[in-house]
Design a protein around this ligand. Structure first.
Ligand code: UD1
Ligand code: MG
Length: 450
């Protein structure tokens, strides 16, 4: 915290046509969170900090996502796409409120960190009118180049306007900038559009500031933090970087991940102590895994809460609303959805548990299906503590199985079963002595006579 007030404006009005998608660019996801949400999460927060997002016309979906991330965000519409400086001025009203630091970030740069925002604000305290985030690009093509003379940033030259010599510079503009609030509006309003694209470039702020006798500074960061996403290939690259970061953090926190490169995590995944993740596990949003739990290979978890020492998979699918109590076990080819399983419940094989509550210690046999949907409505299955559901049973919801009750294998249960009862729904076995032999003899005879 610098103690200075700040306004962060995130520009998200770009068309993103190179994504070849009907989804706006900034709503694409990395580690199961939108690009915009990543940037907003890194922006300064807390007392004295405010936030604005500039969206394109008819992009209420982007504004809704911004408000979902940070309730205090103000949204502004850039009606015509006339360049980055023009986009900033769409939020003129927010700038006029007079924060000490004005930070500008792009909505398509999801790998940026909160620490970098703070580093960028430091030169403003020392009197600079502008601090620009720079990086050494492996391939500078397309980026604005930072022109530095005698340790001073003197200009930013866009690719299209750069000379041959300027194009050899690898120090590039990341797009994130911090302006001193007292001169920001005057500087940005002075920017013209006399360049090859006829756009109002925010990058021209450097020359305006120099013309006013003020100074601009550069703060350098790693390229991996500022990769801008314009294409699906760049989205996949950012995903790979983010996954590597998340796995590293999980490993450092003590999670055992047998084959890290095969595991997908979400930005909000929460791990307890001594958790173990086997190969090829996909963890979607909203998952927490408590101490000592094991997620076996090839499992997928989304919005699920895994209790202490629970065990999941291999080959399990835990859908939204699943919660597993301490020591609960979900085995192979089991699917759960909106299901609360209390401590010690076992569902070990080939089962669907949906819209259900299962009491502690119950055992659900292989092939059990909770029939929760009649084509129109969903209904609940409640199974009491210690109940034993025999294999291949269908529990037709709404239905309640009492505590300590038994369900005979193969039953279709359509009515409630009292505590400690046995319910069996099954025809008597019809056994015909010698039938098998007679059948084979008859068919063998027919085959010969052909
Ligand atoms: C911009 C920078 C360039 C920098 C690069 C880093 C300028 C002029 N150029 O170029 O120096 O190296 O980013 O990735 O700033 N946007 C709007 N409204 C507009 C134009 C853009 O909201 O009218 C938004 C876009 O949604 C995007 C951001 O501003 O989030 C940057 O625009 P983009 O067109 O991607 O600029 P670049 O050519 O990448
Ligand atoms: Mg860009």
């Amino acid at each position: 915290m610098t103690g200075r007030s700040s306004l962060t404006i995130v520009l998200a009005a770009g068309e993103g046509t190179r994504m070849r998608s009907s989804l706006p660019k900034v709503l694409h996801q990395v580690a199961n969170q939108s690009l915009l949400a990543h940037v907003l999460a890194a922006a300064p927060k807390g007392a004295g900090s405010s936030l604005a997002v500039v969206v394109g016309p008819d992009r209420e979906d982007v504004a809704v996502e911004a408000r979902r991330c940070r309730a205090d965000v103000a949204t502004f519409i850039q009606r015509e796409r006339l360049g980055t400086a023009h986009a900033v001025l769409a939020a003129r009203e927010a700038i006029a409120a007079g924060a000490e630091d004005l930070l500008i970030a792009f909505g398509d740069t999801p790998l940026i960190s909160a620490v970098t925002f703070e580093r960028l604000r430091a030169p403003l305290k020392d009197g600079a009118a502008l601090a620009v985030l720079g990086f050494r690009a492996q391939d500078p093509m397309g980026y604005g180049r930072l022109l530095v003379e005698g340790g001073q940033l003197v200009a930013i030259r866009e690719q299209a306007d750069a000379s041959e010599v300027e194009r050899t510079i690898d120090l590039c503009n990341a797009g994130v900038m911090a302006f001193a609030g007292n001169t920001a509006l005057e500087v940005i309003e002075t920017i013209g559009n006399a360049n090859s694209k006829g756009e109002y470039y925010l990058t021209d702020a450097v020359e305006v500031i120099r013309g006013m006798g003020l100074t601009a500074a550069v703060i350098e960061t790693d390229e991996d933090e500022v990769r801008g996403i314009n294409t699906k290939a760049q989205l996949a690259e950012a995903e790979a970087i983010m996954q590597a970061r998340l796995r590293k953090a999980a490993l450092e926190a003590g999670v055992t991940i047998v084959a890290p490169e095969t595991v997908h995590l979400s930005v909000d995944t929460v791990f307890g102590k001594d958790v173990m993740i086997e190969q090829y596990v996909v963890i979607g949003p909203g998952v927490s895994i408590a101490d000592g739990a094991v997620i076996h290979a090839f499992s997928q978890l989304v919005q699920a809460e895994i209790g202490k020492n629970a065990s999941v998979g291999p080959y399990a699918r835990l859908r939204p609303g699943t919660s597993l109590g301490e020591g609960a076990r979900i085995g192979n080819f089991v699917e759960t959805k909106a299901a609360r399983l209390e401590a010690g419940v076992k569902v070990n094989h080939l089962t669907y548990i949906g819209d259900s509550e299962i009491g502690a210690g119950a055992n659900i046999g292989a092939g059990t299906i909770t029939c929760n949907y009649d084509g129109f409505n969903k209904a609940k299955t409640i199974i009491g503590a210690g109940a034993f559901v025999g294999s291949n049973s269908s529990l037709v919801a709404p239905v309640r199985i009492g505590s300590g009750a038994y369900i005979g294998s193969g039953s279709v249960i359509t009515r409630d079963v009292p505590d400690d009862a046995l319910a069996v729904e099954r025809n008597d076995v019809a056994t015909k002595e010698g039938w098998g032999k007679r059948f084979r003899d008859k068919h063998a005879g027919l085959k010969k006579s052909k």
